[in-house]
Design a protein around this ligand. Structure first.
Ligand SMILES: NC(=O)C1=CN([C@@H]2O[C@H](COP(=O)(O)OP(=O)(O)OC[C@H]3O[C@@H](n4cnc5c(N)ncnc54)[C@H](O)[C@@H]3O)[C@@H](O)[C@H]2O)C=CC1
Ligand SMILES: O=C(CO)COP(=O)(O)O
Length: 333
């Protein structure tokens, strides 16, 4: 068992802190707002993000990053992807030199096109044997309700992945280990964008054939970019790929799918933003992933159309009709 720090007390940071505590670890949860930390410590509940869920007593919250990470063997990062860089710059002096840094985030940075593990390596100087990713079909509320689910722990060092796997294996959470960090991160990021597209179709009133078509072709274009950036193609068939895509695209709990659904119903991006208190990563990552694909000469039509929709360059109806009327071709990845 280990001393762990979870940096980010939103829905997934808190739910994953529960997983770590259930697995027998000591958990310090860093929260941005002191008053939320006080409530968590006093009431053992994160009333803002997971209301009604009793947190294990082993979780203590703090607003002080130095206190959160003091002596931590495992540092878990759970803030919105576009906010990671700024936070990590201010936290890096407190990250213990030998701690394994675990990303829960599912996004690609705007401007740099870097995956979160690349941002972590750049800012902390940690080598690949100290950087890991957890990703899979893990909607925070279901995990916090201790509904059974599987996930993937990826680290280039298989031994480190296996250690983390043991540290977060509980009676309801079953992690698998793997070494494909690139594939895991890309799959997690792209599924948010495909989830937005599926949500748009749901909002327009389309049914399961449409959803399944977008999911399947979404996975194909994700795997295409994966092949270009060095991912293992098998990852896209696994929990971080197909698994997470199905969970996100099927569930009303998904913020990305819900965001898309509201767009499909006719709301503007600004209107939906105004109603959304939690992060829908695909809204930003559609731009960075679309640019990354272009840099690698890879076509990602669904991602590109979602980026155009978010930029206000096309309507939900146009998104669907333009994708359907693309030139006919063989079904290849
Ligand atoms: N919620 C879920 O079901 C899952 C989320 N994820 C990923 O985990 C990451 C975190 O997501 P959630 O916890 O769900 O998001 P959230 O929106 O529920 O919470 C985000 C947390 O980051 C904090 N935050 C926001 N802006 C910040 C800033 N500028 N500086 C520092 N902290 C800031 C918020 O106060 C909050 O504590 C995302 O990349 C998401 O895609 C991954 C798997 C499941
Ligand atoms: O990543 C998730 C489930 O695995 C959560 O999806 P949303 O961010 O769309 O809610």
């Amino acid at each position: 068992m280990a001393q762990t720090a979870v940096m980010g007390a939103g829905s997934w940071g808190t739910a994953f802190a529960m997983v770590l505590a259930d697995a027998g670890n000591d958990v310090r949860l860093w929260g941005r707002r002191p008053e939320l930390c006080e409530t968590i410590n006093a009431k053992h509940e994160n009333s803002d993000y997971l209301p009604g869920i009793a947190l294990p007593k082993e979780i203590t919250a703090t607003h002080d990053p130095a206190e959160a990470m003091a002596g931590a063997e495992i540092v878990v990062l759970a803030v919105p992807s576009q906010q990671l860089r700024d936070n990590l710059v201010s936290w890096s002096e407190h990250v213990p030199a030998d701690a394994v840094i675990v990303s829960l985030m599912k996004g690609v940075e705007l401007g740099t096109h870097k995956r979160m593990s690349e941002v972590i390596a750049e800012i902390t100087g940690a080598g690949p044997e100290r950087i890991a990713v957890v990703s899979g079909p893990n909607l925070a509320r279901e995990i916090a309700n201790r509904e059974p689910a599987a996930s993937v722990v990826a680290c280039e060092d298989q031994g480190v992945a296996e250690r983390l796997q043991k540290l977060c294996h509980t009676a309801s959470f079953r992690p698998y280990s793997m070494t494909d960090v690139v594939g895991c991160e890309l799959a997690g990021t792209a599924k948010n964008i495909i989830g937005l597209a599926v949500g748009v179709c749901v909002g327009l009133g389309y049914g399961d054939n449409t959803k399944a078509s977008v999911i399947t072709r979404g996975l194909a274009e994700t795997a295409r970019l994966g092949a270009a950036i060095g991912a293992d193609p098998v990852t896209f068939m696994g929990l971080a790929g197909m698994g997470d895509l199905v969970a996100t695209c099927s569930s009303p709990l998904s913020r990305n799918r819900t965001f898309g659904e509201k767009l499909g119903q006719g709301m503007s991006v600004e209107e939906v933003m105004g109603q959304t208190s939690q992060v829908a990563e695909g809204v930003k990552s559609c731009v960075s992933v679309s640019e990354l694909a272009k840099l690698h000469g890879v076509e990602m039509p669904i991602v590109e159309h979602v980026a155009a929709l978010i930029a206000g360059e096309m309507s939900p109806d146009e998104l669907v009709s333009r994708l359907i009327s693309r030139q006919a071709k063989p079904e290849t990845v």
